[in-house]
Ligand binder design. Sequence first.
Ligand SMILES: Cc1cc2nc3c(=O)[nH]c(=O)nc-3n(C[C@H](O)[C@H](O)[C@H](O)COP(=O)(O)OP(=O)(O)OC[C@H]3O[C@@H](n4cnc5c(N)ncnc54)[C@H](O)[C@@H]3O)c2cc1C
Length: 499
Amino acid sequence: MENYDKKIAVIGGGVAGLSAGIHSLLNGYDVSIYESHSRVGGNLTAWNKKGCVIDNCIHWLTGTNPNSEEYAKWTEIGAFDGIEFHRPESLFTFSSGNKKLSLKRSSDEFFEDMLKISPDDEKRILSLKRGVEAAKRIFGIGGKDGDQRSTGVKRLFDYLKFGSYHLISIGSLGKKFKDPFLKKFICGFIGESFSALALVSVYATFTGGNGDIPKGGSNALCEAIKRKYISLGGKIYTGKKLIKAENEGENKVALYFESGEKITSDFAVITADPLSIYRKIISSPMPRSLQKTYDNRSIRRFSAIQAAIKTEGAVPFKGDLILEADEVLKKEFGCFNVLFREFSNQENFAPENANVIVVECFIPTERAKNIIALKENPRLYEIYKKRFFSTVKNLFESNVSPLNGEMIDCWTSATYNRFTQSVNGEFMSYILPPRFIPPNVPMTASGYKRIVIASQGLKPIGGLPTALNSGKAAAEKIMKIDGLKKPFGLPFKVKTVKI
Ligand SMILES: Cc1cc2nc3c(=O)[nH]c(=O)nc-3n(C[C@H](O)[C@H](O)[C@H](O)COP(=O)(O)OP(=O)(O)OC[C@H]3O[C@@H](n4cnc5c(N)ncnc54)[C@H](O)[C@@H]3O)c2cc1C
């Protein structure tokens, strides 16, 4: 029998890479992760500056409800070992003029609040509520301990109610509301271009207790997954930027790093941005199905401009606050809404009597590319960042209250481009437009049967669960290529099968 102690080189130590690594180790392979940065985690990250922890990832982690499918998947990779959760009362508060509305944990309270704001929108609000409840039953997070999971014909009806939201965009859904504030609220969280299905999914996820935040934030989750990977015998090499991958004979892969090193492996899993893989790393054209998503003008991708502010004393809001961008932010920075996040629920994220706020503005890819080009001129780039800070500070002060604090960091698409090698500074996949059925993009590139691509960028919407799933799927794909079968529902250990 064959020796299954084969080597897999995983390129990139983000969630996709760690997930591919853990599943491959469980499947009996010898796994090494090669990461270009000085640490693993990729976009699941936080860093320290001026005594503050700047958490740059988890706003909500899908899969924190033990009855959900995602919970089981996070558990498989040890993500929740030793992790407790903050279960915030609201996911975000949107404020415009003198009105405010929070997406509350209790969906009854949330929809009642909507009704109080606009009784005239009752029909639309109740229909949205039915969509959200249907989604919760489909996801297995409805009711108490998931006792409202739908099956059979009921499931079919739930799919119809939920699925109908894929026929319209969030912008069109917002327009159906009579009340001007609710119109803005609907579009305020993830923007107008997404299919309304995404919005209903987010409401269902949060109100179904399936979108909480790990205590300790993004780094705590990353460390838990890394511990599992290392405990299974996985190796990590940092400072290794892959620049080229090619076949070596029939059964090997050769990988070349920027440092001049070359390694050979039986298989490789590459978790980088697909644009970087197909433009730089391998010489195979992008699959047509994926190329079409890049060429399709209604499919948008995005990045962000962000800043961290260290404030003196407490801040006058809790959790995530979204404000409408003013004209300067819209024109100069291409932002539509501005998210302010505070971290008072996390221990030791800021020194005593201080707080840290992270400000986040999503920007379309065209803007993101311009900022990457601007970074070539360090002086102008610094001016741009300072201007961003003064503009968002001004927005906050004219809508909320004086903001007593200093900018301790500012990062943009250019940072993502440098930090995760993402070509246009994007950190999620693409926005799911209404009615769009995502194509099935092959995980292997033509001519490279031993290289598997495990990128969230192959599918919308991206995010941590997509990265987790893509890593797991890559490990399963390698088993298939290797001619091995995994017994259904059992962890497959073949390492000892050496004859
Ligand atoms: C501000 C922000 C907020 C977010 N909020 C949420 C949230 O609330 N919930 C959620 O689910 N998701 C959120 N996300 C998205 C989530 O972080 C990502 O979807 C996820 O981390 C992607 O994981 P990945 O492993 O696919 O890719 P990445 O995290 O990009 O990891 C890829 C890794 O590969 C490395 N790499 C790339 N190219 C090479 C190369 N050539 N050689 C070697 N190494 C290479 C990179 O350095 C990186 O470490 C957020 C992201 C950001 C930036």
